[in-house]
Design a protein around this ligand. Structure first.
Ligand SMILES: C[S@@+](CC[C@H](N)C(=O)[O-])C[C@H]1O[C@@H](n2cnc3c(N)ncnc32)[C@H](O)[C@@H]1O
Length: 547
């Protein structure tokens, strides 16, 4: 997999270098004979230290802006096609990054004092990861251009079906094959199944001697609620000793006037709200909005006094308060999301930030979490190119508050999206004064702001997150490449059909004829496509023990 990814990125670097030589011609400077480019070396250069002249990101990015789409299409070469075709067949691991805690003096000290270093500060630069983000732009722009060529706004259905692979395909397949499922599955259901299984999140600690067979789950930002159904079903199927399964859930309240006016109509698709009114928590103002501090305080109070029946004693902080094994929240699940086209960067980032603050406010000691987040750069919102320090710093909050943190992009998550999940295990607890600091940060948050100053983050941590962001970017690029390849196939096939009627002069002007390299019909014919997809789905079922 890494080989494939590298060569794709390498290809884009080649592309960038070639473009530089084109620009030189335009400005009529004497052109040097262009050297054959070496993709992997170029990639390395873009990641070199800040002092390297070759890797100045601003120049690099401004040059990228000048690349013409026509030119891009012409050099979108054979190598990319071959690598992309291989990815239709391979089932490599999805992205899993296990965050490691290092014991060197600097890392140890910074992690130990982590929370006390909390401070809302304006965005700062941590690395050249932005160069990699910009490469997603290129494949995205190609995608838009191909759609424009085809005179369509959305991908043709067959291209969508073939390229999105597990994203929606598997749930349709599972629905058709298994008749005993609790409901028609959504993508949220299969994603959560994959996560619960991969990280064994419902297994109780074997050392527990209290005969504890209860399991409590608090879902945030969860309507309409497929993940509620999934977690419960998973517990029944895989952990039958859990006899006392209990859940509560929150989301924007679809029946609240303010929510309806601000966010539009939300629906109670599975009647989970109507049928379980006492299990849904809408907070102090009945909106359910988790970005409001008064609501977070309300949830925390409800959990301690009503759900867990813990006596609130102001002298005892929540480090002790929540620590009874049979009387704790075992798992928090958050799936917060808002449309990027209709919401501001502020709202989107605040939702990410609010989810992590809700987790540290409401988790019990030893508890786990599964929370959806997005990588910081949003293609349609250019200012987010400066959001890396915001991103790294809110992941750092998980890192210092949980014994173990993993970043995971499931097979079943859309390959072209920045969506991924943070899986935390073993919540360490937080003091009330520290929580108050976080509430102040949430109330004063500004776009792209970071939660920790630069010198509060260990290099050992930053390096790990940079690597994760690179993996995610390559994965996104690969997702677009798959679609782009099939769009070209689709276009050529259409043209060929027409040209068989109107002689062959109608063919595409772009250099490589895709139908001469790959058998497009294999990927654009639904029946033939099943020969590729179904064995992959069966393998997913095996790996994730869905039977
Ligand atoms: C992707 S949907 C969740 C889908 C759900 N996991 C399922 O499988 O059915 C995202 C949810 O986040 C909720 N949400 C967005 N912003 C929120 C906020 N500020 N407070 C609470 N919920 C929020 C939306 O109302 C929506 O229900």
């Amino acid at each position: 997999m890494s080989k494939t990814k590298k060569s794709s990125i390498g290809n884009f670097n080649t592309l960038f270098n070639n473009n530089t030589s084109i620009k030189t011609k335009k400005t009529s400077k004497p052109s040097k004979p262009s050297k054959p480019s070496k993709p992997s070396k170029t990639l390395k250069t873009s990641k070199q230290s800040k002092s390297s002249k070759l890797s100045k990101p601003s120049k690099y990015i401004s040059k990228l802006k000048n690349i013409s789409i026509d030119y891009l299409q012409k050099i979108y070469n054979l190598d990319v096609y071959k690598n992309t075709i291989a990815s239709f067949y391979t089932l490599n691991n999805p992205i899993i990054t296990y965050l490691v805690s290092y014991n060197d003096k600097e890392s140890k000290n910074l992690i130990k004092n982590g929370i006390s270093n909390l401070k809302l500060v304006s965005a700062y630069k941590l690395s050249n990861i932005e160069d990699t983000f910009k490469m997603i732009d290129i494949s995205y722009k190609l995608n838009k251009n191909l759609l424009k060529d085809l005179k369509v706004k959305k991908c043709p259905q067959i291209v969508q079906y073939a390229s999105e692979d597990f994203t929606r395909g598997i749930r349709v397949f599972l629905d058709a094959r298994y008749k005993h499922l609790p409901i028609n599955l959504s993508n949220g259901f299969v994603k959560l199944w994959e996560i619960l299984h991969t990280f064994n999140l419902l297994a109780k600690n074997n050392t527990n001697t209290n005969n504890n067979n209860s399991f409590k789950v608090f879902h945030i930002a969860e309507a309409p609620g497929q993940m509620i159904l999934c977690a419960k079903y998973y517990a029944e199927k895989k952990h039958p000793y859990i006899t006392d399964y209990d859940w509560r859930a929150n989301s924007l309240n679809p029946f609240n006037y303010e929510v309806k006016t601000k966010f539009g109509a939300l629906r109670d698709d599975y009647k989970l709200i109507r049928n379980n009114p006492h299990k849904w928590l809408w907070g102090a103002d009945n909106t359910g909005d988790i970005t409001r501090v008064k609501n977070i305080k309300w949830f925390k109070n409800y959990i301690n006094t009503k759900w867990l029946n813990n006596k609130i004693d102001n002298k005892i902080d929540n480090k002790i308060d929540n620590n009874l094994d049979n009387n704790k929240i075992d798992l928090m699940i958050g799936d917060g999301g808002l449309g990027t086209d209709t919401n501001s960067i502020y709202n989107l980032q605040k939702l990410d930030l609010a989810q992590v603050i809700n987790v540290v406010a409401c988790s019990s000691i030893g508890g786990a979490c599964v929370i959806k987040h997005f990588t910081s750069y949003m293609i349609d919102k250019p200012e987010t190119i400066e959001a890396t320090s915001f991103f790294i710093s809110f992941i750092y909050l998980y890192y210092i508050c949980f014994e173990e943190v993993n970043l995971f992009k499931p097979y079943t998550s859309d390959a072209t999206s920045g969506e991924f999940y943070v899986i935390g295990k073993g919540f360490k607890g937080i003091e009330n004064n520290e929580l108050e600091k976080l509430y102040t940060i949430l109330n004063n948050f500004k776009v792209n702001y970071a939660l920790f100053p630069k010198n509060a983050l260990p290099d050992t941590f930053i390096n790990q997150i940079n690597n994760f962001l690179e993996l995610m970017s390559s994965y996104n690029i690969k997702g677009y490449e798959k679609q782009n390849l099939l769009l070209k196939c689709y276009k050529e096939t259409k043209e060929m059909k027409n040209s068989s009627k109107n002689s062959s002069k109608n063919s595409s002007k772009n250099s490589v004829k895709i139908n001469t390299i790959i058998d497009c019909d294999k990927y654009l014919n639904e029946d033939k496509l099943k020969d590729i997809l179904i064995p992959r789905y069966n393998q997913w079922i095996k790996i994730n023990e869905f039977e």
